[in-house]
Ligand binder design. Sequence first.
Ligand SMILES: *Cc1c(COP(=O)(O)O)cnc(C)c1O
Length: 400
Amino acid sequence: MTSSPRPLLNRRLAAFGTTIFAEMSALALRTGSINLGQGFPDTDGPEEVREAAVRALRDGRGNQYPPGPGVPELRAAVAAHQQRRYGLSLDPDTEVLVTAGATEAIAAALLALVEPGDEVVALEPYYDSYAACVAMAGGRRVPVTLRPQGGRFRLDLDELRDAVTDRTRLLLINTPHNPTGTVLTREELTAIAELAVERDLLVVTDEVYEHLVFDGAEHVPLATFPGMRERTVTISSAGKTFSFTGWKVGWVTASPELVTAVRSAKQYLTYVSAGPFQYAVAEALALPESYFTGFRDDLRAKRDVLVAGLEEAGFSVYRPSGTYFVTADIRPLGESDGIAFCRALPERAGVVAIPTAVFYDHREAGAPFVRFAFCKQRPVLREAARRLKGMGDAKGAGGR
Ligand SMILES: *Cc1c(COP(=O)(O)O)cnc(C)c1O
């Protein structure tokens, strides 16, 4: 008998108790704050896509277990989308796998491809599920820090090279990047691709924000670079592109061998999911180009409202080229600890943000940065901006 009871949560997950989003959302609720923490839109996606889901439900399509790889209509729509937008030819029967959101795709890819002890090189700050999934797979994460320079967060190519060792199994990439809003440039992507080929690495790339790029920035899938088609697992999802984050329809595209490997893990995670929604997302992917440009332009305008508000409130802002998020530096406000700042912000200003330090292994590198989501209605963003601007006046008064 040991004197202290064995902890319930296993060692692999011990560091991942509750997410920052749970803490901040509870704080938002308790204080009646505007929640710009979690990245979900406060308006639903296109009505015709919602109707397509209703039709599928009523017509009895997908109400029972859909096929393991996903319904053929959706796999065909994903393949057509990759061909149309990026010139990538995929066999919908062997090179597309439908998952329960990008989240399951990430988990299945890492569980399938990582051997205990393997190193996974990931860009930090990283999306929160990466660290937990690498841990569940028994891998070791090796962060490469994106650092602000010239108004954007950049990848240091030397740092990336130095991070790769003989134990490195794969590179876990995310572009457009959450939380920094950076879109990796062609130059950065070329270097990643060259490194992967040179060191014979697999690449798992999370491209869920592929449609959400602004100001002429271009999303280029890693799979389109020379030598990458056969070593890249590309992940995307309907949640962000179509504003249906609750539907949890995602997909993997890769070579037949990689899809088969990822599917081996996926079939024992959820097996299948979201039957009727899969049919609706197949229709969504075939929407005319005007939907995609319209949504992007609307989101860019929302970004501009929030960025202007944050600048007026005294933050130093990294104007994002993509995603739902803007990262701001709190040092011009005389602050340096983003975690303390975000814990106090709801009382101080009635707004919730997320400290990005929690997405770093090198916490000090992320200490002064906080992330705000702008995928909200304009009046909400304007009110948040107004509250943040009044933050100084209300200090100590507990009001807003
Ligand atoms: C939202 C998000 C996901 C999860 O996508 P789901 O389809 O909702 O599972 C994955 N990666 C990144 C970077 C995200 O922001």
